[in-house]
Design a protein around this ligand. Structure first.
Ligand SMILES: Cc1cc2nc3c(=O)[nH]c(=O)nc-3n(C[C@H](O)[C@H](O)[C@H](O)COP(=O)(O)O)c2cc1C
Length: 206
């Protein structure tokens, strides 16, 4: 790790919902707010606004190290490699992640330059139904992360939200998301003293 990253870890938020200002967007943003408060440099990516083509299973990445597609993924993979923590957000669509998010994960298959095993992940998953409706999405993601040797720090579920940005009305969920980001960075920086719960929430309100 470079000196700057030791003092200011990089935290990358990835939003898998097509809705800007939607629940995934706000949930990921809350995590990033907490991370920033603890000293991280953050960036948020909206997958729907990038061109990420679906994997063709041609195996060229295995043979040559590069994908047949020429799209926005390589730049995103570089950002992923530069970041210590990834906040991966997707709403539940038909018990799974969105197609934008799944296409993104499928392309990890050829991501030779990303050291997955050194990455820490926070999952952020809003859904219209009850918590158990997220079981398959959480299962698919936790199995993938485990397979790649990544560390899952937290799984943030926001059940029962459908309206655009409705998750902001759920203060406890938002606060928990803020704390997850803050705690992830504090752990990276080996900071022991916990700031009060209020200060994290306050940051979301301003
Ligand atoms: C195509 C589609 C499929 C959905 N499928 C489910 C589902 O299977 N289970 C569920 O609980 N919610 C489902 N939802 C609701 C979304 O998960 C919910 O509205 C979520 O808060 C949207 O997040 P966003 O605001 O970030 O887009 C679906 C929504 C859409 C548009």
């Amino acid at each position: 790790m470079q000196k700057e990253e030791q003092a200011h870890p990089r935290v990358l938020g990835v939003v898998g919902s097509p809705r800007r200002g939607g629940n995934t967007d706000f949930l990921v943003e809350a995590v990033l707010t907490g991370a920033e408060k603890a000293g991280a440099l953050t960036e948020k990516i909206i997958l729907n606004e990038l061109e990420i083509k679906p994997c063709q299973a041609c195996n060229r990445c295995r043979e040559t190290g590069s994908c047949v597609h020429e799209d926005d993924l390589p730049e995103l993979l570089e950002k992923m490699q530069r970041s210590q923590v990834w906040v991966l957000g997707t709403p539940v669509y038909w018990w799974g992640p969105t197609s934008q998010f799944k296409a993104f994960v499928d392309r990890w298959y050829g991501a030779k330059h990303v050291n997955f095993a050194e990455k820490k992940v926070i999952l952020a998953i809003p859904l219209g139904g009850g918590k158990s409706t997220a079981d398959h999405t959480v299962g698919m993601l936790t199995s993938t992360l485990t397979y790649l040797g990544m560390e899952l720090l937290d799984t943030l579920l926001a059940p029962g939200v459908n309206g655009l940005g409705e998750v902001r009305e759920h203060a406890s969920v938002m606060q928990r998301a803020c704390h997850a980001g803050r705690d992830a960075v504090k752990a990276l920086l080996h900071v022991e003293d916990a700031k009060s719960d209020e200060s994290c929430l306050h940051a979301l309100e301003t």
